[in-house]
Design a protein around this ligand. Structure first.
Ligand code: CAA
Length: 383
């Protein structure tokens, strides 16, 4: 067993850390109040961050998934809003590489690699279908002239306002097993009938875009269907398997940032005539945080490594997500506690980490759904 990263993975991690420091961190405070600017999105795209695992032949950086998780962690450590924006765009790029036809790759993937599209979005969730994702109501009707017409409403569309195109899950048939009637389509933003709704007024990750959308009889060519009719639910869940590793990496990055902030403050701040860091109560918080963060790191790397080996990793991705995100929430809270009252005000980043990390146990499958996935896998194996 070898726990060491390869030289290339270490170099990638250093590269990401330096981009995070120079390009992203200077904007993190601003992203507590306003959206990521188009200029920053262009710079992120130019640096190759939006298509990290896309093979070089299509203009991506061709990274393995372990390196990808390391990059997402470094970026999220600098700014959670940028972390999720980059991660969701990469998730769409990964779908196009894995499931896309040559037309999808030529027409849509190269928009991302060339920077003509800065981000892309994943439209699965609806008003009445979140965890029960296959209960979605958006419909796609096949028309005689070789097109589909899509109608329906989506919510919680990450990157929605920034994106040039959307992967939209819609029902193409009403079957008893709802999941088998779901298909996945690529829809460009400039198609007639694509309506961008309001930005959600969120607790955290304020720099990222999260909107509602409606699709009002949007006509798209038949060739914009990914895989075959009825494959859409599996396309979405396979994408979320990888996405869950990247959410774990986001939470891991934020918890590392929070720990650094807690350590820094504990050394600066004096109480009872000495730095806070001299007190065992504080040292234990730091030690517990470091222990939990290390455990999460190993779970994330294991899941990413299994994916790189083309081995089954669905359950391991859920294990990494549930542990890393719940751990990160606790670590961010404890690091805020070290700051005392200053943890509660915006002069210090501790409160931002708590707000930004909170959604990681919710999006791309709640902690409860991860536990469903883990338990089902174990119960099936023991049958
Ligand atoms: N990969 C591929 N296929 C899979 C799969 C996976 N990981 N998991 C299940 N499937 C297949 C099953 O084998 C089954 O196919 P067959 O019938 O041919 O065997 C089919 O998918 C349906 O599976 P289930 O019967 O298990 O489906 P279910 O309705 O019970 O749902 C679930 C399973 C795990 C609860 C799933 O619905 C789920 O993960 N829900 C959470 C959805 C989610 O994560 N939403 C987040 C949306 S994105 C977001 O947050 C914002 C963003 O911008 C990214």
């Amino acid at each position: 067993m070898n726990f060491a990263l390869t030289e290339q993975q270490k170099e990638t991690q250093q590269w990401a850390a330096s981009i995070a420091k120079e390009l992203i961190a200077p904007h993190s405070l601003k992203h507590s109040r306003e959206k990521i600017s188009r200029q920053l999105l262009e710079e992120l795209s130019k640096a190759g961050l939006m298509t990290l695992t896309v093979p070089e032949k299509w203009g991506g950086l061709g990274l393995d998934f372990v390196s990808y998780a390391l990059v997402i962690s470094e970026i999220s450590k600098a700014c959670g809003s940028v972390g999720v924006t980059v991660a969701v765009t990469n998730m769409i790029a990964q779908i196009l590489v894995r499931e896309g036809s040559p037309y999808h790759q030529q027409e849509f993937l190269t928009r991302l690699t060339s920077g003509r599209a800065l981000t892309a979005s994943f439209c699965l969730t609806e008003n009445s279908s979140g965890s029960d994702a296959s209960a979605l109501k958006t419909r796609a009707f096949q028309k005689p002239e070789g097109t589909y017409s899509i109608s329906g409403e989506k919510i919680f569309v990450t990157n929605g306002a920034f994106s040039d195109f959307y992967l939209v899950m819609a029902k193409t048939s009403e079957l008893e097993k709802a999941a088998k009637g779901v298909s996945a389509f690529l829809v460009s933003r400039d198609q007639k009938g694509v309506n961008l709704g309001r930005e959600e007024d969120k607790m955290g990750l304020i720099g990222s875009s999260t909107i509602r959308m409606s699709f009002d009889s949007v006509v798209i060519p038949q060739k914009n269907l990914i895989a075959s009719e009825g494959d859409g639910f599996k396309v979405a869940l396979r994408a979320l398997d990888g996405g869950r590793i990247s959410v774990a990496a986001q939470a891991f990055g934020l918890s590392r940032a929070a720990l650094e902030a807690g350590i820094r403050y504990s050394k600066e701040r004096e109480a009872f005539g000495q730095p806070l860091s001299n007190f065992q109560a504080i040292q234990w918080k730091i030690a517990d945080a470091a222990t939990a963060i290390s455990a999460a790191e190993l779970l994330i790397l294991r899941a990413a490594w299994l994916k790189d080996q083309n081995r089954a990793f669905t359950s391991e991705a859920s294990i990494a997500k549930v542990f890393a995100t719940e751990m990160a929430q606790k670590v961010c809270e404890e690091m805020l506690q070290i700051h005392g009252g200053y943890g509660y005000v915006k002069d210090y980043p501790a409160e931002r980490y708590c707000r930004d990390v909170r959604v990681t146990t919710l999006y791309e499958g709640t902690s409860e759904i991860q536990r469903v996935v883990i338990a089902r896998d174990l119960l099936r194996k023991s049958a």
